[in-house]
Design a protein around this ligand. Structure first.
Ligand SMILES: Cc1cc2nc3c(=O)[nH]c(=O)nc-3n(C[C@H](O)[C@H](O)[C@H](O)COP(=O)(O)OP(=O)(O)OC[C@H]3O[C@@H](n4cnc5c(N)ncnc54)[C@H](O)[C@@H]3O)c2cc1C
Ligand SMILES: NC(=O)c1ccc[n+]([C@@H]2O[C@H](COP(=O)([O-])OP(=O)(O)OC[C@H]3O[C@@H](n4cnc5c(N)ncnc54)[C@H](OP(=O)(O)O)[C@@H]3O)[C@@H](O)[C@H]2O)c1
Ligand code: HEM
Length: 471
């Protein structure tokens, strides 16, 4: 029964008044899950199988026919078969001429084949219209309906009418269809599900490296040192005190690493006298993962705030306070109010709270639902301007916390500086460089360069007698 609405963009409603008939080749995991969703959405589903009799697992209401018979029922055919088995399709290329073949296939490795699976299918069946789609949606997610992680269906193909039909089907399944252009984009779409958090990798490596390094450093200077020099076992400090030292330090350094590439970029642009010269690869990669760097840093700041909030209820802290008060009573001493100390601790907390609020604001604006609501200038304002203010506040919080501790020799255990001093190095470098870059004379040049102005080098040519010719 030949479908007679081949020229229309939409599938024709059939006799059962469904949205139309969709054909699926292959009754495996993906074919069955897609079939179920299509039936639920109101389509008639016809499977094409090598073995139409063996159909016990198929969703109720679907028909199973041979490939040739099934191909005749619908304009759109989903090829839910692995690429390695595509050869069988060329046996009935006549029946597939003019059909929209949806290639949903993925590979086991990136760039496994010289051409994409979709381009291979198009080469195999040149009279069909191949559309690449649905390969980023998993069979399990389709079946369970929990499509939170994979609601987007990337679609590409050379025939826009065919692409539109596939996008309409995706939308009627409650998915978000995104046009990715021609079939040339298929390779990228096929590589996409094989990626494992590519932009998160570097930030996670940095966070792990810094956490490990500072944890060892703090254990050495706070616990091992006390044990070796005083014979006291302070190991209980690992759980909260050391954790609450490592988390803010990692957070502060990572926050400054979000803003260091922007500063390096500006210095390179100043040096090159143009914005048209490409940045080195490492800088490009660094710039691309700043959002992830920032979000990991924010997670560490959250931990620091939570750890700090429970300080007053810690047994160790209460015990120390009690011992101190009792010794005061015993010695009949009265505590004098130190107003400098009061200023210092209030300023330190206030700077931390302000810094953390701005930090959270940066995190909120990076949510796609929020960033889609602001224009590019507003986004840059929050991320760049407020971002630098956040870095300034958090650095000031740490500086006021440290105050003059770095002046005391007793703080240099085994000649090692206190950890907070190390945490301030990168943030201070970033802030000082940024301060230089925003001074009017430097800023003017950078702004001009970023607007397209180029510093021309003077070409010195020589005439035949060796005299310089200035152009
Ligand atoms: C919690 C948190 C969330 C964050 N979320 C995001 C986020 O969602 N998205 C995000 O991008 N960052 C995010 N960041 C990182 C950071 O806030 C931004 O990247 C911020 O814009 C960096 O500001 P900047 O002034 O250093 O650099 P930029 O705003 O990039 O400005 C530097 C200048 O360099 C130039 N430039 C930048 N890139 C290039 C390039 N590739 N080639 C040529 N010139 C270039 C531009 O002219 C620009 O004016 C987040 C950070 C944190 C802490
Ligand atoms: N599973 C997923 O989550 C998922 C997600 C995205 C994309 N995909 C892609 O979807 C395609 C199918 O995956 P799947 O998980 O459904 O695989 P599967 O469970 O192995 O099913 C493949 C189906 O292909 C048919 N088939 C097998 N060998 C064949 C051959 N030699 N000739 C013709 N047909 C053959 C079989 O159906 P019949 O016995 O009925 O002929 C089989 O059930 C793959 O390209 C995969 O990359 C899968
Ligand atoms: C609500 C906000 C915050 C509060 C209440 C707070 C509180 C504290 C406290 C109590 C300490 C001392 C910890 C100790 O004695 O071991 C501290 C130290 C520190 N804080 Fe914060 N803080 C806040 C936000 C931040 C933020 C956003 C950062 C930046 C990432 C930050 C960075 C630091 C650093 C680097 C130290 C020094 C760690 C050390 O060497 O011990 N703080 N903060």
């Amino acid at each position: 029964m030949e479908n007679n609405c081949f020229n229309m963009t939409k599938l024709c409603p059939d006799a059962h008044n469904t949205l139309g008939t969709v054909c699926i080749f292959g009754t495996g995991d993906f074919g069955r899950s897609l079939g179920l969703r299509l039936l639920q959405a109101g389509y008639s589903v016809v499977f094409g199988s090598r073995n139409p009799q063996n159909s016990s697992l198929l969703p109720k209401g679907a028909q199973v026919l041979s490939h040739v018979e099934a191909a005749q029922t619908s304009r759109v055919i989903f090829i839910a078969v692995h690429r390695e088995n595509y050869e069988f399709l060329s046996a009935f290329s006549q029946e597939l001429a003019g059909k929209v073949l949806v290639d949903i296939s993925n590979n086991l490795m990136k760039n496994q084949y010289p051409e994409s699976n979709a381009e291979y299918l198009a080469k195999l069946l040149p009279q069909a219209n191949v559309v690449k789609a649905f390969n980023t949606v998993s069979a399990w997610a389709l079946q369970s309906g929990s499509l939170d992680a994979s609601r987007q269906v990337f679609v590409c193909g050379d025939n826009s009418e065919s692409k539109q039909m596939v996008m309409d089907i995706a939308r009627s399944l409650g998915l978000t269809a995104l046009d990715q252009g021609s079939l040339l984009a298929a390779k990228e779409l096929e590589n996409y599900p094989l990626q494992l958090f590519p932009l998160w990798r570097l930030p996670i490596y940095i966070a792990t490296g810094l956490t490990a390094a500072f944890f060892i450093y703090c254990v050495l200077t706070d616990i091992v040192y006390t044990f070796v020099t005083e014979g006291k076992n302070n190991s209980y400090r690992i759980v909260i005190s050391i954790a609450n030292r490592v988390c803010p330090i990692v957070s502060l350094i990572m926050l400054s690493l979000c803003y260091l590439p922007g500063v390096i970029a500006a210095i390179l642009q100043l040096y090159n006298g143009t914005k048209y010269k490409r940045f080195p690869d490492w800088l490009d990669k660094w710039m691309l993962c700043r959002k992830q760097l920032g979000l990991v840093a924010l997670a560490f700041a959250f931990l620091h705030v939570l750890y700090s909030l429970i300080i007053p209820i810690r047994y160790y802290v209460r015990q120390r306070q009690n011992i101190y008060i009792i010794s005061q009573v015993k010695d009949n001493k009265t505590l004098t109010f130190d107003s400098t100390m009061s200023w210092r601790s209030d300023s330190f907390y206030s700077l931390g709270i302000l810094g953390f609020s701005f930090y959270v604001l940066l995190g909120i604006t990076s949510l796609p639902s929020v960033s889609n609501m602001v224009n590019w200038r507003e986004f840059r304002f929050v991320q760049s301007k407020l971002g630098h203010i956040t870095l300034l506040l958090c650095t000031a919080h740490t500086l006021v916390y440290g105050w003059n501790k770095f002046l005391y020799v007793s703080r240099y255990k085994w000649y090692l500086p206190p950890a907070y001093v190390l945490s301030l190095i990168v943030p201070c470098i970033v802030l000082v460089l940024k301060l230089i870059l925003i001074t009017p004379c430097v800023d003017r040049v950078i702004t001009r360069i970023r607007q397209g102005w180029e510093r021309k080098s003077v070409h010195v040519l020589h005439d035949t007698s060796g005299q310089p010719l200035f152009l």
